[in-house]
Design a protein around this ligand. Structure first.
Ligand SMILES: CCC/C=C/C(=O)SCCNC(=O)CCNC(=O)[C@H](O)C(C)(C)COP(=O)([O-])OP(=O)([O-])OC[C@H]1O[C@@H](n2cnc3c(N)ncnc32)[C@H](O)[C@@H]1OP(=O)([O-])[O-]
Ligand SMILES: NC(=O)C1=CN([C@@H]2O[C@H](COP(=O)(O)OP(=O)(O)OC[C@H]3O[C@@H](n4cnc5c(N)ncnc54)[C@H](OP(=O)(O)O)[C@@H]3O)[C@@H](O)[C@H]2O)C=CC1
Length: 294
């Protein structure tokens, strides 16, 4: 299927002569970011574990008149990451823009997450993001400057059934602030985007019930709906661009206001398993009708 050139709201040659690396750039949000950056003049390298989606995205971008290629990488492997960043700099002579988009997790009650399941999700979303960021800084940006945006998640106020990824993404938001301070003097801006529920290819990795709940809960947020891949991409592109030249260390929410009025994605059951504390013998007893009707 021929797809038309990406219809970005930003101006055409915004990233002319710049080189961008987008991890997870073969699918979903990453694919949209790769398309948008290429449509704005960047040479885009997409990177992930599976070659087929990467090749498809590269072919689409090329067909639309953009410049792109791909690298196979598992961002959980430090050697892979070093090789990926070296390949980008060797092939294209520079690395101006980095989008840490690769990531993911599985929904699970915390008590059922195995030690290895926890480690894997933290390894992917926190350690992998750090490894790629560090490699990009050491190979190019530390000397020449650059702009980095990491995709995190709506982990504000906790992330039930997603405790592993919530912890890892909150850590990335904190790392973003640390690196913004450490690397400001090197001309490197470091920001993040925190999407709410985005109707992306990633959603189909979840079972039907999870997807149904996510859609239903999203209709109860201020925007009244889920978000699109392009809405996430536009925020990433803005933060990468010179329009955000005075923004660093920020995590921008792209969630239709959902994090302000969070509709829980898991049922919160009525119960009486948290007894009250009475430290004062004249304390008023809570009337029966104010207690949960289990
Ligand atoms: C509203 C939603 C907001 C967010 C949306 C999105 O992010 S959309 C984007 C969505 N896109 C993505 O998420 C894409 C990227 N995500 C992924 O590739 C996987 O989710 C991954 C991060 C677990 C890595 O997978 P991998 O194949 O490389 O890992 P592995 O096979 O080596 O397993 C390692 C450990 O994890 C355990 N385990 C794995 N799955 C489950 C499960 N369902 N249940 C329980 N446990 C599970 C597995 O059992 C093992 O532990 P064990 O048995 O040794 O104790
Ligand atoms: N959709 C949503 O509602 C939300 C998404 N996000 C985050 O946005 C990002 C993009 O997600 P989305 O597009 O929706 O989903 P996708 O599942 O389509 O994207 C995840 C991408 O990450 C890549 N990836 C996963 N593990 C690795 C790895 N170890 N090394 C290299 N690449 C890897 C995958 O490619 P491959 O498997 O080939 O390696 C894939 O391209 C993710 O970080 C996701 O968690 C955050 C909040 C909400």
């Amino acid at each position: 299927m021929t797809i038309p050139e990406y219809d970005s709201v930003f101006r055409k040659k915004l990233f002319a002569d710049q080189v961008a690396l987008v991890t997870g750039g073969g699918t979903g949000i990453g694919r949209a970011i790769a398309h948008e950056l290429a449509a704005l003049g960047a040479t885009v390298v997409v990177a992930a574990r599976r070659e087929e989606p990467l090749l498809e995205t590269v072919a689409e971008i090329t067909e639309a008149g953009g410049s792109a290629d791909h690298v196979i990488v598992n961002i959980r492997e430090a050697d892979d990451v070093e090789a990926m960043v070296s390949a980008v700099v060797e092939r294209h002579g520079r690395l101006d823009l980095l989008v840490n988009n690769a990531g993911g997790q599985f929904p699970s009650p915390a008590e059922h997450i195995s030690p290895n399941g926890w480690r894997t999700v933290v390894d992917l979303n926190l350690n992998g993001t750090f490894l790629v960021t560090r490699a990009a800084f050491n190979a190019w940006m530390g000397e020449h400057g650059g702009s980095i945006v990491s995709v995190v998640a709506d982990m504000w106020n906790g992330f039930p059934y997603m405790s592993h990824t919530g912890a890892a993404r909150a850590a990335v938001a904190n790392m973003t602030m640390s690196l913004a301070v450490e690397w400001g003097s090197r001309g490197v801006r470091v920001n993040a985007v925190a999407p709410g529920t985005i109707y992306s290819s990633g959603m189909s990795t979840y079972d039907e019930e999870f997807q149904r709940t996510a859609a239903q809960q999203s209709s109860r947020i201020p925007a009244g709906r889920v978000g699109t891949e392009s809405e996430a991409s536009a925020a990433v592109v803005f933060l990468l661009s010179r329009a955000a030249a005075f923004i660093t260390g920020e995590t921008l929410r792209v969630d239709g206001g959902g994090s302000l009025l969070k509709a829980p994605m898991v049922p919160v059951e009525a119960h009486r398993n948290m007894p009250t504390y009475e430290g004062f013998h004249l304390a008023r007893e809570i009337p029966e009708e104010w207690l949960p009707q289990a």
